[in-house]
Each structure stands twice: as structure tokens, then as C-alpha cells.
Design a protein around this ligand. Structure first.
Ligand SMILES: [Zn+2]
Ligand SMILES: [Zn+2]
Length: 237
């Protein structure tokens, strides 16, 4: 169902993806007041992972280590206090509608990038089945779905989350990655149907240490897919 139009607005008025107030007529995604608030990533960034770093055309210290197997990735917003709140409402308070706003900003900022990458599909980072049951939705899949509707790319659930992992906070970077690599596996049924695609974009809500994206990338690589990119809504500094 197309979620717009007069009647839809009256029955289900959208909420601002930043302050959560009900949107007025004519406002989409965020309210007029909040439009300038969340900080979009502009200016100097790491050419590989898209994280803001000082200096033009540089690679951040994490990417410099050369352990990342993805080609390149970008995020729309800094994970600042506005986006922290927004993402937490999106994930834990059922504000699934925010996905449409996130996707529209991703599409606006990175449409040319996506075309240059030559991606054939969007692959959402999966959540564990138990979490999916509790929450009722996978936030990354919602973003991927909305983005795919805008840029015409299909969404393939190429990855599965195997089991609950040790809470990442308690682990070092290296341990995180190892812990996470074990957590993902390939969804063989989807892969069979995907006609041997060669270039994908992983979709997630937040890019922090990068280990989740990297673990997904390594899992996808086992399929022989060499060109792996990512798009996230937010990134930490
Ligand atoms: Zn607002
Ligand atoms: Zn980087």
C-alpha cells in the first residue's frame, strides 16, 4: 500500500523521525523545525568507510590496517544525539515509518555512488530470529526495502544470523570480529535464486566499529562475490 495521500495522512499521520512529533500536512519525514538538526556527513571523510576524518582523500586508521574486505561504504548522518534518539525510537519503539525518511536521505546523498558501484542488490544485515520475533521487524531490512523502492534494486536476504552472540561491548575489536563472523551464514535458498550476482550493497542502521559490516562482507565473500559495498544511516566519528 502506498503510504501517502490525504486519507492516509488523517488516519495515520507520520511522525517526525527526529523529535517524534506528529507531522503536519506538507511535512514528510522530519518536521520543519528538525530538518536542519541531524548532522549530515559532509566534508572530509575516509575514502573507504565514509567515516568523518580530517584531511582530503585520506583513509582512516581502521581502514589503513587493511583488514576490511568491503570495497567502500558511506553513511548519511553522524550518530549524534538527534540520530541516537531517532534510531532508538526506530528500533525499540516501533517507529518503522522512519525507514522511509532514512532511505530518502540515503538515496538523495548516494544515488550517483550506487550507480557507479554497479550494485545488483541490497543485502540487509540480519537480526537473530529470536530478536525478530520480539521486535517484529528487522530494522535494516526496512531501510533496504524503502531504499530499493526508490532506486529499483532488489533486496536479497542473503545472510542469516545464526545464534545469539556474546555482547559485543565486552570484547576487543579483534574478538568482536571473530565473534561476529561466526554469527552470520549464507542463506543458500536466496543465493540459489539470486542468479549469481557479483556486486551487492550491505544495508544497516549504524556503522560504529565496522565489525558488523566487515563480518557480513566476509560471509558474502565466501559466495565468490567480490564487489561488496555498504550504506548505513549513521556513522560514529
Ligand atoms: Zn521534529
Ligand atoms: Zn575508514
Amino acid at each position: 500500500m502506498k503510504k501517502e495521500g490525504f486519507l492516509w495522512d488523517i488516519l495515520y499521520p507520520g511522525r517526525c523521525a527526529v523529535c517524534d512529533r506528529v507531522l503536519k500536512r506538507g511535512e514528510y519525514g522530519v518536521c520543519t523545525h528538525c530538518t536542519p538538526l541531524p548532522q549530515k556527513i559532509e566534508g572530509d571523510i575516509c575514502m573507504k568507510c565514509g567515516r568523518p576524518v580530517p584531511g582530503e582523500g585520506v583513509i582512516c586508521s581502521r581502514c589503513e590496517k587493511g583488514e576490511n574486505t568491503f570495497c567502500e561504504g558511506r553513511s548519511s548522518f553522524l550518530y549524534d544525539r538527534y540520530m541516537r534518539r531517532s534510531i532508538s525510537f526506530f528500533k525499540y519503539k516501533g517507529r518503522q515509518e522512519y525507514a522511509s525518511y532514512y532511505a530518502s536521505v540515503l538515496d538523495e546523498m548516494f544515488r550517483e555512488k550506487v550507480e557507479a558501484w554497479g550494485a545488483e542488490a541490497l543485502v540487509p544485515v540480519p537480526v537473530h530470529a529470536e530478536r525478530l520475533r520480539k521486535r517484529g521487524y528487522n530494522q535494516a531490512a526496512l531501510i533496504a526495502g524503502e531504499l530499493g523502492r526508490k532506486n529499483g534494486l532488489p533486496v536479497y536476504d542473503l545472510l542469516l544470523r545464526n545464534r545469539k552472540t556474546i555482547p559485543q561491548k565486552e570484547l576487543s575489536d579483534k574478538e568482536r570480529l571473530k565473534n561476529l563472523c561466526n554469527a552470520f551464514s549464507v542463506n543458500k535458498e536466496v543465493w540459489e535464486l539470486s542468479k549469481r550476482i557479483k556486486c551487492v550493497i550491505i544495508i544497516d542502521d549504524i556503522y560504529t566499529t565496522g565489525s558488523t559490516i566487515e563480518a557480513c562482507s566476509r560471509t558474502i565473500k565466501t559466495l565468490g562475490i567480490q564487489k561488496i559495498y555498504f550504506l548505513c544511516v549513521c556513522t560514529s566519528q
